[in-house]
Design a protein around this ligand. Structure first.
Ligand SMILES: Nc1ncnc2c1ncn2[C@@H]1O[C@H](COP(=O)(O)OP(=O)(O)OP(=O)(O)O)[C@@H](O)[C@H]1O
Ligand SMILES: [Mg+2]
Length: 252
């Protein structure tokens, strides 16, 4: 379904992705975990063609993105929902209009249908009665949920979530995790979630890939992750640096 083959990407004078290979199966929720600044968001952007590899290939459903023309890429993008790490809301549109935007741009639905769909998606993300608020008037976690509602409003068949639960309280985070799973299964979609929260990954994902040094170093189901003896994965999950123990890292 989504296949990255030996993708190399250099950004800001650094080799961020180094022959990264990754295969996401149709219908699954795949989580990408890794430290801050390791290239998780960069990896996600390659999947939808927002970034192009310096070397290597990105395949979606048997199509190599590099050979698609502009119209084909646009058509493909329409199948994607994307929750940006920042939320990426339009500041001059209220919450409801932000969520309605993809419907107005890409469908011929009438006003009532749009209103209904927007209200339904806002209910899914636990934002009822907030339609008329402006982005500047809502919290970071609320922005994230508006971004999420917008990402899934077109019933996409591939959904990419960049840090869907960061900045949310534990109760809302859990509801969002359940929602991601439910949306994936209900829409028969394929989902990729970038996160550094192990609960996101183990509660929601079918498989988890760990990104270290520009590569996916380990892929496994939550159960496989739990019993792996891969030292880097274990240290990452324990919050330990690869080289240093906690005792060494904290100055006495
Ligand atoms: N457009 C860009 N220009 C230059 N450097 C970039 C660009 N985008 C990303 N980078 C660099 O690539 C590296 C990986 O960035 P990325 O945003 O993918 O990290 P991340 O794993 O998502 O981190 P976080 O968990 O903090 O979101 C960082 O060093 C970042 O500075
Ligand atoms: Mg990121």
């Amino acid at each position: 379904m989504i296949r990255l083959v030996k993708v190399c990407k250099r950004l800001g004078g650094q080799n961020i992705l180094r022959e990264l290979t990754l295969h996401v199966e149709r219908g699954e929720v795949f989580a990408i975990m890794g430290g801050s600044g390791t290239g998780k968001s960069v990896t996600l952007k390659h999947m939808v063609g927002l970034l192009e590899p310096d070397r290597g290939e990105v395949w979606i459903d048997g199509a190599n993105l590099a050979v698609l023309n502009r119209a084909q890429l646009k058509g493909l993008r329409r199948r994607f929902g994307y929750l940006f790490q920042s939320g990426a809301l339009i500041n001059w549109l209220n919450v409801g209009d932000n969520v309605a935007l993809p419907l107005r741009e890409h469908t011929r639905l009438g006003r009532t249908d749009i209103q209904q769909r927007v209200a339904e998606r806002l209910r899914w993300v636990r934002l009822i009665g907030d339609e008329h608020k402006m982005p500047a008037e809502i919290s970071g976690g609320m922005k994230k949920r508006v971004g999420l509602a917008r990402a899934i409003v077109l019933n996409p068949d591939i959904v990419l979530y960049d840090e869907p639960t960061s900045g949310l309280d534990p109760v809302t985070a859990r509801a969002i995790r359940a929602l991601i799973r439910e949306v994936n299964d209900r829409l028969e979609a394929t989902s990729v979630m970038v996160t550094h929260d192990i609960l996101d990954a183990t509660d929601t994902a079918d498989r988890i890939g760990f990104l270290f040094d520009g590569r996916i170093e380990f892929v496994g189901t939550p159960a496989e992750v739990e019993r792996t003896d891969n030292a880097r994965v274990k240290n990452f999950l324990k919050g330990l640096d690869d080289q240093t123990s906690v005792a060494e890292a904290v100055p006495s």
